[in-house]
Design a protein around this ligand. Structure first.
Ligand code: XMP
Length: 318
């Protein structure tokens, strides 16, 4: 049986032995895995761990600042890099989902590489890889490495990709990572966060991305997620979010007809994301959230709820 305390003790000793007095650079995502990996490495090597947290402009509302503050509060040596505009520029005019993913992947690599190159004498790249990632590393969807190769096959790999890799969580399953995180004293709210895709809101805005659309979706998403939390539903859901549809619909406001955006809400139950069922959220809750969204978010006049299961419908719409 797995005992988090024993694991923490062993992995810290192992990391100390492997890394010695050398430096490690690690990208934080705001998710559970990279956070737990960073806390372990921080315990092993302290300020020789250099964390980089990139704002791609596609995170949830206020998430960059609040998560960055949280990281600093945990004593991590972290630099926040706001590269939102760079990602918006890279995405401008793209509406194909895979083209958007690729643009985001490439922009991330460039930003991260530039930041890592500001540090001197770094020997290791820390990663929050967990056991299912190890198994799936040659997945059909192509992880980050597929993107890296297609983009950098002329000039060679970016420098950070040539570093030796340290992956303190590579033998663990997700529930074990959460238990290790709890043992390390990480905020239960952070450990209980829903999964969030790397390309973020870009794959929940169908069609092309503009900062204005991101701002609308951030507001809608915040009303939905905060509503789930306020009604004690957040922890009963595996993943939830809002999707901005490329559709306008007619509404009325006073004597005027409006022609505004439609958003879809999605909440699923799952164990691993491979299959998923839509959650039967209470009608009263859906009614309240719908009213709150339409009353508070300008530019949205209609809310629909996604009642499709996976398969065949995927969790994300793109
Ligand atoms: P689908 O939509 O394939 O999603 O049913 C399954 C899980 O994967 C997440 N997802 C992604 N995560 N990059 C990521 O890091 C991506 O491009 C991506 N696409 C989907 C999705 O949020 C869900 O948790």
């Amino acid at each position: 049986t797995f005992t988090p305390n024993a694991f923490v003790e062993e992995v810290i000793a192992e990391m100390k032995a492997k890394i010695g007095n050398d430096k490690v650079v690690l990208g934080l995502s705001g998710g559970v895995d990279s956070t737990v990996a960073a806390v372990i490495l921080n315990k092993a090597i302290g300020s020789n761990l250099y964390c980089i947290f990139v704002n791609n402009g596609l995170l949830r509302k206020n998430e960059f600042q609040s998560v960055l503050d949280q990281y600093k509060g945990m004593g991590l040596n972290v630099k926040g890099v706001d590269a939102s505009q760079r990602f918006y520029d890279a995405l401008a005019g793209l509406d194909d989902p895979e083209a958007k993913r690729k643009a985001i992947g490439n922009a991330f690599i460039e930003v991260f590489d530039a930041e890592a190159n500001l540090l001197t004498d770094v020997k290791f790249l820390g990663q929050g890889t967990i056991y299912p990632d190890v198994i799936e590393s040659v997945s059909a969807t192509g992880g980050p490495s597929a993107t890296i190769k297609s983009h950098h096959n002329v000039g060679g790999l970016p420098d950070f990709m040539k570093l030796q890799i340290v992956e303190p969580l590579r033998m663990l399953f997700k529930d074990e990572v959460r238990r290790v995180g709890a043992t390390l004293g990480i905020d239960p709210e952070l450990l209980g966060r829903h999964p969030f895709p790397g390309p973020g809101l870009a794959i929940r805005i169908l069609g092309d991305i503009t900062p204005e659309k991101v701002a609308i979706l951030q507001e809608v998403d915040a009303v939905f997620i905060n509503g789930l939390k306020a009604h004690g539903l957040y922890d009963k859901v595996w993943q939830a979010g809002a999707i901005l549809l490329p559709v306008n619909s007619v509404g009325v406001m006073g004597d005027e007809r409006t022609y505004e955006k439609v958003v879809a809400l999605r909440a699923v139950e799952s164990t691993d994301g491979m299959t998923a069922d839509w959650v039967h959220l209470p009608y009263e809750f859906l009614q309240k959230v719908s009213n709150d969204i339409i009353n508070h978010v300008r530019g949205v006049n209609r809310v629909v709820y996604d009642i499709s299961s996976k398969p065949p419908a995927t969790i994300e719409w793109e």
